[in-house]
Design a protein around this ligand. Structure first.
Ligand SMILES: NC(=O)c1ccc[n+]([C@@H]2O[C@H](COP(=O)([O-])OP(=O)(O)OC[C@H]3O[C@@H](n4cnc5c(N)ncnc54)[C@H](O)[C@@H]3O)[C@@H](O)[C@H]2O)c1
Length: 250
């Protein structure tokens, strides 16, 4: 096993399930101390138990990424418990309301923006000063294929994920010369609990949109995220990384 993150401290939001869980476990397996945020305390704690059970270091912090105070907590816990923040994966997100734009109700739209877009601003807002104090760092923000292309029936999600891509670029421009790299990842449809409950026809239709002939796995996204967080990606910043089975190549 590589030890690319020995001595590093990471914050992972939405780390209790799916892509965030895969990244939290992989970072810990390669030596990082990990603060695992999730809205659900019990799932964050399960991931932490798995990490500590394997001899790693981790802390669960329950909180809503749409609430800046909860996001600040994750950074405070990282600094108080582990002494710094070097790595951040701003990943928590929800699917959000579906339908053509004029059929979406405004409270659902606003909630989606809080969880999928403003959360990333809050994350970087508190992580960046901590990273500057630590001498530098690397941030990866979870966007989506729908941060690069549209979907007629997912207007709020598409809007939030395009916002994440733009925020990532602007933050990279401001902080790359100060030692903080910032990139976004853009997964195609990934087989995680986010897609649980989809009727079989809808699942098969999603598969059909990926020329590779299947959905992705959380581990396949984690592999890319870990590369971007690592020093192997030292010249990579302000970039958008697809992991999408050729969805957007069409
Ligand atoms: N699964 C996909 O097909 C897919 C594709 C592209 C992008 N994404 C994005 O990847 C990210 C992770 O998705 P996933 O598929 O792993 O989903 P998931 O549902 O498996 O995991 C998301 C986790 O985030 C947590 N969460 C939800 N709202 C939260 C909040 N307000 N505060 C803190 N935690 C919260 C959930 O409790 C859950 O544990 C999301 O941003 C999603 O938009 C997913």
């Amino acid at each position: 096993m590589d030890n690319r993150f020995k001595g590093k401290v990471a914050v992972v939001t939405g780390g209790g399930s799916g892509i965030g869980q895969a990244v939290a476990l992989a970072l810990a397996a390669e030596g990082a101390a990990v603060v695992v945020n999730d809205l659900k305390q019990e799932v964050a704690q399960e991931v932490v138990d798995q990490i500590t059970g394997a001899g790693g270091r981790a802390r669960a912090v329950a909180g809503d990424v749409g609430n800046p105070d909860d996001v600040k907590d994750t950074v405070d816990v990282a600094v108080d418990e582990f002494g710094a923040v070097h790595l951040a994966f701003n990943n928590a997100g929800i699917g959000g309301p579906l339908g053509p734009l004029a059929d979406i109700d405004i409270p659902s739209y606003l909630q989606l923006m809080d969880v999928n877009l403003h959360s990333v601003f809050y994350g970087m807002y508190y992580q960046i000063p901590a990273m500057l104090a630590a001498g530098g760092g690397s941030i990866v923000n979870t966007s989506s294929i729908l941060g690069l292309v549209g979907d007629a029936n997912a207007v709020p999600y598409v809007t939030a994920k395009h916002g994440v891509a733009g925020m990532t670029k602007a933050a990279a421009l401001a902080y790359s010369s100060l030692g903080i790299r910032v990139n976004s990842v853009h997964p195609g449809y990934i087989d995680t609990p986010l897609l649980a409950g989809l009727p079989k026809e809808a699942y098969d239709a999603l598969v059909g949109k990926h020329p590779i002939g299947r959905l992705g796995t959380a581990q396949e996204v984690a592999n890319l995220v870990l590369f971007l967080l690592s020093d192997e990606a030292a010249f990579v910043t302000g970039s958008q990384y697809l992991v999408d089975g050729a969805y957007t190549a069409q």
